[in-house]
Write a protein that binds this ligand. Structure first.
Ligand SMILES: [Zn+2]
Length: 424
C-alpha cells in the first residue's frame, strides 16, 4: 500500500569524514602572513579564471587544468609572491577552479542556465587549503602550536585533540578569527542493539515529534540569543545612514563596522547554540534506537523545479529558492542531517519513508480521514485512537518503515496491518 522507499542505511559508508575545528591565535605578524597568503591565492584564482575566459572568448581555446598546472610552475620561478606561498595551497586553488568549471559545464549539460564562475572578491575568499595537511602542517606533541609553512608556529586553542592522522586541512578566517579545520577519518563505532525502532516527524507544532511520545521544542533553540541578535540588529540600523535609494552610505565608518562585526558574531553564536542542541538531541535518538525512520525529502527535485531550464524557465523562482533554503537551514534539516551522520557512525539503520497523509492517518487502525486531525490533537474518527497530532504522525512514519523493512526481508509475505505499541 504505502510506496515506501528504502534508502540510506548502511549504503552510505563512503563518506565517513569528520572535521575537527580548532581556533588559532596567530600573532600580529603571523596574521599578516596568513592574510597575505589569502591575498596571493585569491589573485591566483582570479588570474587562472581570467586566462580561461580570455582564451575561450578570443581564440575558442579551452585551457585545461593540466596546462595551467605547468604554467603555475613557470610562474612561481618568476613571481616572488607566488613562490612565497606553499606550493600545494596553490595547487588546491587550481583544483578549486577546476571544480567550479566542472559544476558549470554539468549544469549546462542538464539544460540549466548557470552563471559563469565568478571572480572572487576578498570578502568571498577566506580559506587556505592544504590538500596533504599531515605533510604540510605539524602539530607539536601537546598540540599547543601548529607549524604552518611560511607563517611559523601558531598557537592553538587549549584542550582540543586532533587525531594523529588527518588528511586535508583548511585554515579559515571567519569574522576576523582564524580556525584550522582538520579532515579526519570517522571511525565506525557500532552501538549495542536496543531492539527499538523510532519514527520521527517534522512537527507542525514542535520542531520534531518522536514515536515514543517525546516532543522536541523549537523554543529550546537559543531564544535568548535571538533576542540579543535582534538588539544588535537595531543598534546597527540606528547608526546606518541611508541615501534616498535606501543604500547605506556610511559603510566605511569604523563605528558601524564594529557594530556589524558584533552582529555577525552574535548570529554565529546563535547558530552554534542551535548546532549544540541538535547534536544533543540526535545523540539521544541514535543511542536509543536500532532503526530510525524519517520522512523522505525531495529537495533535489524541488531545486530543479525552481530554477527551470532554458526551454522552461522556472516560475516563482525566488519563492521556491527561499523555501529550499529554509528547509536546509531549518532546525529540522540540521537535526536530520546529524541523525543520519551519527546513525551511519553507529551502524544504525535509517529508513526514509514517504510521509504523505501521515498527519491524517491513524497510527492504530490505518484509517485516513482529514477529520481525524484537530489542531494539536489527533482523534481517529474510526477507532477512537487519540494522541498528540505530531506524535501520531511519527507513529505512522515508524509503521511505514517497519512495513518497508519487512517487505525487504521477505518480499513474498504480504505485510499485515500496523503494529501498535503506541505511546498514548
Ligand atoms: Zn484509528
Amino acid at each position: 500500500m504505502c510506496d515506501t522507499l528504502l534508502a540510506l542505511g548502511h549504503a552510505m559508508l563512503h563518506d565517513m569524514k569528520r572535521i575537527e575545528r580548532v581556533r588559532l591565535y596567530p600573532t600580529a605578524r603571523q596574521d599578516e602572513a596568513l592574510r597575505l597568503m589569502l591575498d596571493v591565492t585569491r589573485q591566483l584564482y582570479n588570474a587562472l579564471l581570467q586566462e580561461r575566459r580570455d582564451a575561450y572568448r578570443y581564440n575558442r581555446v579551452t585551457v585545461t587544468t593540466r596546462m595551467q598546472y605547468g604554467e603555475l610552475t613557470a610562474l612561481r620561478s618568476e613571481d616572488a609572491r607566488l613562490k612565497a606561498v606553499y606550493r600545494e595551497c596553490e595547487d588546491a586553488v587550481l583544483h578549486r577552479l577546476d571544480l567550479a568549471m566542472q559544476a558549470f559545464f554539468q549544469r549546462l549539460r542538464r539544460g540549466e542556465v548557470p552563471g559563469y564562475p565568478r571572480f572572487k572578491s576578498w570578502q568571498r575568499w577566506e580559506q587556505l587549503e592544504f590538500p596533504h595537511g599531515d605533510r604540510a602542517l605539524r602539530l607539536d606533541e601537546y598540540q599547543r602550536r601548529v607549524r604552518v609553512p611560511g607563517v611559523g608556529a601558531v598557537l592553538l586553542r587549549k584542550g582540543r585533540r586532533v587525531p594523529a592522522s588527518y588528511g586535508r586541512v583548511w585554515l579559515v578566517r571567519k569574522l576576523g578569527r582564524w580556525y584550522a579545520c582538520f579532515e579526519c577519518e570517522r571511525a565506525m563505532q557500532p552501538l549495542p542493539s536496543t531492539g527499538h525502532t523510532v519514527g520521527i516527524d517534522r512537527g507542525v507544532h514542535v520542531l520534531a515529534a518522536l514515536s515514543d511520545g517525546r516532543l522536541i521544542g523549537n523554543a529550546a533553540v537559543g531564544e535568548r540569543r535571538r533576542a540579543a541578535t535582534k538588539r544588535l540588529q537595531r543598534e546597527l540600523e540606528a547608526m546606518t545612514v541611508r541615501d534616498s535609494a535606501g543604500h547605506a552610505i556610511n559603510r566605511k565608518d569604523p563605528r558601524r563596522q564594529r557594530a556589524q562585526l558584533r552582529l555577525a558574531r552574535s548570529k554565529a553564536r546563535e547558530a552554534n547554540a542551535r548546532r549544540d542542541y541538535a547534536h544533543k538531541v540526535s545523540r539521544q535518538i541514535v543511542d536509543g534506537a536500532d532503526v530510525i525512520a524519517l520522512e523522505k525529502l525531495a529537495l533535489r527535485a524541488m531545486t530543479r523545479s525552481a530554477k527551470g531550464s532554458v526551454e522552461h524557465p522556472g516560475r516563482n523562482v525566488a519563492a521556491k529558492a527561499g523555501l529550499n533554503r529554509r528547509l536546509l537551514d531549518s532546525g529540522f534539516g540540521l537535526l536530520r542531517q546529524m541523525i543520519v551522520a551519527k546513525a551511519e557512525e553507529a551502524a544504525r539503520t535509517v529508513v526514509e519513508v514517504d510521509a504523505r497523509f501521515s498527519s491524517q492517518t491513524c497510527s492504530r487502525c490505518g484509517h485516513v480521514a482529514r477529520e481525524s486531525r484537530r489542531r494539536r490533537r489527533f482523534g481517529c474518527v474510526s477507532c477512537g485512537f487519540a494522541n498528540h497530532a505530531d506524535v501520531n504522525a511519527a507513529l505512522v512514519i515508524r509503521w511505514r518503515a517497519q512495513l518497508a523493512l519487512q517487505s525487504e526481508l521477505d518480499p513474498a509475505e504480504d505485510a499485515g496491518p500496523c503494529s501498535q505499541d503506541a505511546a498514548a
